[in-house]
Design a protein. Sequence first.
Length: 176
Amino acid sequence: MTQDDRDQDQEQPSTASVQMEVKGLMLDPTSNLPIVILRDESTNSFLPIWIGVFEANAIALRIEGVETPRPMTHDLMRSFLEDLGVKVTKILISDLRENTFFAEIHLTLGQRDLQVDSRPSDALALALRTEAPIFVRQAVLDKAQAIDLAGDLEDDERLKKWLEDASDEDLGKYTM
């Protein structure tokens, strides 16, 4: 993020964002669905995003450094972008509506800045392959803390407690 981006975020609170990193993948102990865990290293806060099995596998392959014999979809996308001279400048988890996260892939082509809507899982898989920074809008983090992400308040509290206490090893327990 450039200084101009930081200044703009400070001027417009609704667009302020927090840089996060993919900390790991895990299975939701309640639903057995994959969750990608984003963490803000400066505050040690996290954001769990439930994703599909195929998307989790794409992320896990990159986290684990597994090279596939043929390019997977996100590897192919990275190759297209590189060959066309397009740079992925950042990924932004931009909204949360009705328990569904939304994302944007920010690109630069020459002097043009482009923005493409994306599912968060695809954006994160691409970010891991292009080493693009990952940001989450502060408003999304606020909404995520205010709603019941798991569906049941007791389960939600148990999951939040588990995530707070989870070790690095626990966050890497997702297996393909």
